[in-house]
Design a protein around this ligand. Structure first.
Ligand code: 26M
Length: 822
C-alpha cells in the first residue's frame, strides 16, 4: 500500500513551508502575499493534516487486514479542544511550524493558533474525559474509534453582560473546520417511530419486525486522533443527520414544496444542537432521538466493518468492545439486540451473550436528577421495537432475580428496568447495568458509593460486575502543550520523551527542596500567571497582580460544586480587610470561570453574585492590593489551557459524596497547584498521592454529611462564623448589587433557609484551611516545595494509566503498534 507523497509526509520546516504554499494556492485558492491569519491557519492545518493521513490510513489498513479487538467509545459528547497545536505536538513539529510561518513573514505561531475555533461538542467533564481517553488510546497504540454526534452548534458561547450570563450560539463551523473527513459513501439509515408486526420467516418461525415511520441518514465525519510520537492514528467518528431523500419527491410533484422541505428540516434537526445541561435530564424527545441516532449509526457501522473483515456476526464481541460513557448511549443494549435478532436472525440467547460480552458502562453521577429515565409512552412511540426488547430483557432479568431471592417482591420493584410507580418509565442506568459485563465509577470513593448507595441491589446480585477506574487526563495537552515554560524545564530535567512516560515526574521529588530548582519552578509559574493576567485584562479590563496568589475555581456552575461557598469566603475576607483584621492575609486574586445551564436559574444567579462581588471589591481602595476577584467569561478547553498552568491554589470544594471524580482537580495538580478541597471524588486520591501536607483539606466527610442531613438547621450555623451575619446582611441589603435589596435575597435564603449543599456546615473549616493556604504562601520556599511535589506525584492521574486499566480489566484489548512504510 502507498502511504502518500514523501514530501507531504516530510517533517522539516522546509517541507511544511512547501505544503502550506501548495494548500494556500490549491486548497484555499489564495496567494501567499496578502494571506490572512485565518488563511495561514487553514494552510498550516491542511499541511499538518496531510501528515496525519498517512498514519491514519496505515492504522486503518492494519486494522482491516487483521482481527484485533477494537475499542468503540460511545459518547454523546467529545470536547476535543483546539486541534492544530496539539497535532503539532504529537508530530513533534512545533518548532518547524513556527519556522515555516516565519518564512511567510506574517503572524507568528501563537497568533495563528489563536484563531482556531474549538468544537464545543460537550458540556464539561464527561465530554472532555472522552477526548482525553481517545488521545491516550492512540498514544498507547490501542486500536479504537470514538463514536458520537457532530452537533452543528455545540455548547453556547458565554458572554457576561451587566454581570449576567448571556448565551450566544456557537457557530464553530462558520470559517470552515479543516480537521474532519467526510465519508458520504459510508452513510447509514436510522428508523424512528412507526410500529412492530409479526411475520413468519422462511422456516415458518414467528418473528417480529419494525416498520419505522421515518428514516434519517447518518453521514460519518471523522476526526483523526494521532498518538504522541507514534504512528497510531485513531479517529472519532461523528454522525451528522441528513434527510433520507433530499426532499419528498411525491409531495414536491404535488406542488407541496413546503411539506417536501419539512421532512428534510426535521431530519437535519437531529444533529443540530448539543443539549447544554450537565446535571439534569428533562426527558426531551429530541434528546432521545439524538441518542438513538448516533448509537444506531455506530452499531451498524461496526457490523459493516465486521463483514469487511470477513468475520461472522457471531464473532462481534471478539472484534469490538463497547464502552458506554454514562447512560446517554445506553439504547445500544436494545439496538444491538434488535440488529442481531431481527436483522441478523440470531436467537435471543445467542444475541444476549454477544451483547453482554461486548458492552460495559461507566457511571458519572449519583445525583438523582441526572439519572436518565424515559416515559414509556414517549419511548414506545419513538422506538416501539426497542421498548418490546427492553420488556423482554426485563422479564428474563426479573426471573433471574426471583430465583436469587424468592418472594422478595420489593427487590423486584427496586431493580426492575421499568419504573412502575406512577408514570411508567425506562430506567436507563438499570438497562445499562443489567447488560454490562462491567460497571465502573470514576474515582475510588464514587465507585464505592455506586455499590453502596446507588445500586446496592445490583451489587448484591453481581458483586464482580462493579469496579473502579479512577479518571485521568492527558499530560500531553494539559502539561506539554498548555504549559510551555514547565514543559521546557521538564524536558531538561527528565528527558525529552517525558510526556510518554509520565511516571518520570517522580524524579522531581529530590529537587523539591533544591533552591535553584525552586526558583526555576517559580519562574515558570510566574510566566503562566502573566499570560493569564493578560487574558483577564483583555477580557474584562480587570488588572491583576501576577505575583499575588492565584486562587482558581473553574468548572460548570452548580450548587453542589459550591462556587457560592467560595464567593462567601471572598466576602468574609473582604470584611476582614474593611475591619482592618488583615493579620495573616496575603495578596490574592480569586478567579472564577464556568457556564451555567441556560435553564438553571440559581446557577445564573451565582454568576451574577460573583460579578457583583468582583465589581464592588475591585473598586474598593481599602483593598490595598490584598484582594481581587475576576470572573473569566466563556470557560472552555482553550481557556483551560491558559488557566491550569497559572494556578497556585485549586478550589475543589463540592459537598462530599456529590462530585463523582472531577478532572480539573487533576489538571491543576499536574501543573503544580495545591488543592484546597473536600474528601470528594478524586480529591481523596489526589491527597493520598501528593501527601496530606501538600493538600488543604476541609469539610465534612460523606458519612458526616449523611448524618447531618437527618436534622440540619443551617441558620444555627450562622453564629459560629465571625462576620458571617454581617456578610449575609450586606449581601441581602444590596452592597454587592448597587443597592438592589432584592437581587441576591433568593441566594441568601437558599443558603440560610435550606442549604441543601451544606455550605454553612463546611464554612468554618473552609476558612481555617484558607488561612493555612495563606500561611504557606507567606513562606515561598515551602510553597514551591509543595508545588513541585504536587506535580511530581500526579503521574497517577494520567489518562494513560486509566486507559491501561480499562484495557486490561474491562476491555481485554492489547496495543497494536502501527508499522508504516515511510
Ligand atoms: C443528560 C440528559 C439530557 C441532557 C444532558 C445530559 C447530561 C449531559 C452531560 C448529563 C450529564 C452530563 O455530564 C455530566 C458530567 O460531566 N459528569 C462529570 O463527569 C466527569 C468525568 O467522569 C466527572 O469527573 C465529574 O465529577 C462528573 O460531574
Amino acid at each position: 500500500a502507498s502511504y502518500g507523497d514523501p514530501q507531504r509526509n516530510g517533517l522539516t520546516a522546509n517541507d511544511l513551508f512547501d505544503g502550506m504554499a501548495e494548500h494556500l494556492f490549491y486548497t484555499l485558492g489564495t496567494r501567499a502575499e496578502g494571506a490572512s491569519v485565518h488563511d495561514l491557519y487553514m494552510a498550516l492545518s491542511h499541511a499538518v493534516r496531510d501528515r496525519l493521513m498517512t498514519r491514519h490510513l496505515a492504522t486503518k489498513d492494519q486494522l482491516r487486514a487483521g482481527s484485533a479487538k477494537v475499542v468503540a467509545y460511545f459518547s454523546a459528547e467529545f470536547l476535543i479542544g483546539p486541534q492544530l497545536g496539539n497535532n503539532l505536538l504529537m508530530l513533534g513539529m512545533q518548532a518547524e511550524a513556527a519556522e515555516a510561518l516565519r518564512r511567510f513573514g506574517g503572524p507568528g505561531l501563537d497568533q495563528v493558533l489563536d484563531v482556531e475555533e474549538e468544537p464545543g461538542l460537550g458540556n464539561g467533564g464527561l465530554g472532555r474525559l472522552a477526548a482525553c481517553y481517545l488521545e491516550s488510546l492512540a498514544s498507547l497504540e490501542f486500536p479504537a474509534s470514538g463514536y458520537g454526534i457532530r452537533y452543528e452548534f455545540g455548547i453556547f458561547d458565554q458572554a457576561i453582560r451587566d454581570g449576567w450570563q448571556v448565551e450566544i450560539t456557537d457557530k464553530w463551523l462558520k470559517g470552515g473546520w479543516p480537521w474532519e473527513l467526510v465519508y458520504p459513501a459510508q452513510s447509514v439509515s436510522v428508523g424512528f417511530g412507526g410500529h412492530v408486526e409479526s411475520y413468519g420467516d422462511e422456516q415458518g418461525a414467528e418473528r417480529r419486525r419494525w416498520l419505522p415511520a421515518h428514516r434519517a441518514l447518518g453521514v460519518p465525519h471523522d476526526v483523526p486522533v494521532l498518538g504522541y510520537r507514534v504512528n497510531s492514528c485513531d479517529r472519532i467518528r461523528l454522525w451528522r443527520a441528513v434527510a433520507a431523500e433530499s426532499f419528498d419527491v411525491h409531495a414536491f410533484n404535488e406542488g407541496d414544496f413546503q411539506r417536501a422541505v419539512q421532512e428534510k428540516v426535521a431530519s437535519e434537526t437531529l444533529s443540530k444542537v448539543l443539549y447544554p445541561n450537565d446535571g439534569t435530564d428533562q426527558g426531551k424527545r429530541l434528546r432521545l432521538e439524538q441518542q438513538h441516532f448516533f448509537v444506531s449509526c455506530s452499531l451498524q457501522d461496526m457490523l459493516r466493518t465486521l463483514a469487511l473483515r470477513g468475520a461472522p456476526v457471531q464473532s462481534f464481541a471478539e472484534h469490538w468492545t463497547v464502552q458506554l460513557n454514562d447512560t446517554h448511549p445506553s439504547i445500544a443494549v436494545a439496538e444491538l439486540m434488535r440488529l442481531l435478532v431481527d436483522e441478523h436472525r440470531l436467537g435471543w440467547d445467542e444475541a444476549w451473550t454477544i451483547t453482554t460480552a461486548s458492552i460495559a458502562y461507566t457511571n458519572h453521577t449519583l445525583l438523582p436528577e441526572a439519572l436518565e429515565r424515559w416515559e414509556v409512552g414517549l419511548f414506545g412511540s419513538l422506538l416501539p421495537r426497542h421498548l418490546e426488547i427492553i420488556y423482554e430483557i426485563n422479564a428474563r432479568f426479573l426471573q433471574q432475580v426471583r430465583l436469587h431471592a424468592p418472594g422478595d417482591l420489593d427487590l423486584l420493584r427496586r431493580v426492575s428496568i421499568i419504573h412502575e410507580d406512577g408514570t411508567k418509565a425506562v430506567r436507563m442506568a438499570h438497562l445499562a447495568t443489567v447488560a454490562a459485563h462491567h460497571v465502573n465509577g470514576v474515582a475510588a470513593l464514587h465507585s464505592q458509593l455506586v455499590k453502596t448507595d446507588l445500586f446496592p441491589d445490583f451489587a448484591a446480585l453481581w458483586p464482580g460486575k462493579f469496579t473502579n477506574v479512577t479518571n485521568g487526563v492527558t499530560p500531553r495537552r494539559w502539561l506539554a502543550l498548555a504549559n510551555p515554560p514547565l514543559a521546557r524545564l521538564l524536558g531538561e530535567t527528565l528527558g525529552d520523551d517525558w510526556p510518554a512516560h509520565i511516571e518520570r515526574l517522580r524524579q522531581l521529588e529530590p529537587l523539591a527542596t533544591d533552591s535553584g530548582f525552586q526558583q526555576r519552578w517559580a519562574a515558570c509559574k510566574l510566566a503562566c500567571k502573566r499570560r493569564l493576567a493578560g487574558v483577564i485584562a483583555e477580557q474584562s479590563q480587570v488588572l491583576v497582580d501576577p505575583t499575588s496568589l492565584f486562587d482558581i475555581q473553574v468548572k460548570r456552575i452548580h450548587e453542589y460544586k459550591r462556587q457560592h461557598l467560595n464567593a462567601l469566603q471572598v466576602v468574609l475576607q473582604y470584611l476582614r480587610i474593611k475591619h482592618g483584621e488583615t493579620e495573616g492575609m496575603v495578596p490574592r486574586t480569586v478567579i472564577f470561570g464556568g457556564k451555567a445551564a441556560p435553564g438553571y436559574w440559581m446557577a445564573k444567579l451565582i454568576i451574577r453574585f460573583i460579578s457583583g462581588i468582583a465589581e464592588t471589591i475591585n473598586a474598593d481602595p481599602d483593598n490595598r492590593g490584598l484582594l481581587r476577584v475576576a470572573f473569566l467569561a466563556d470557560y472552555n478547553v482553550k481557556l483551560g489551557e491558559r488557566v491550569y498552568p497559572a494556578a497556585d491554589l485549586s478550589e475543589q470544594i463540592s459537598t462530599a459524596g456529590l462530585e463523582a471524580s472531577g478532572t480539573g482537580n487533576m489538571k491543576f495538580a499536574l501543573n503544580g497547584a495545591l488543592t484546597i478541597g473536600t474528601l470528594d471524588g478524586a480529591n481523596v486520591e489526589i491527597r493520598q498521592q501528593v501527601g496530606t501536607d501538600n493538600f488543604f483539606l476541609f469539610g465534612h466527610t460523606t458519612e458526616q454529611i449523611a448524618e447531618l442531613r437527618s436534622d440540619y438547621r443551617p441558620w444555627e450555623w450562622v453564629e459560629k462564623v465571625p462576620l458571617l451575619r454581617e456578610a449575609l446582611d450586606l449581601i441581602e441589603r444590596g452592597h454587592f448589587s448597587n443597592g438592589d435589596g432584592e437581587l441576591f435575597r433568593p441566594l441568601v435564603q437558599n443558603i440560610v433557609g435550606r442549604d441543601s449543599y451544606f455550605l454553612l456546615a463546611d464554612l468554618p473549616d473552609y476558612l481555617v484551611s484558607q488561612n493555612d493556604a495563606s500561611r504557606l504562601w507567606a513562606d515561598p520556599s515551602a510553597w514551591q516545595r509543595a508545588s513541585i511535589l504536587n506535580t511530581a506525584r500526579s503521574g497517577y492521574f494520567s489518562s494513560d494509566r486509566a486507559i491501561r486499566e480499562y484495557a486490561e480489566r474491562v476491555w481485554g484489548v492489547e496495543p497494536l503498534p502501527v508499522a508504516m512504510g515511510c
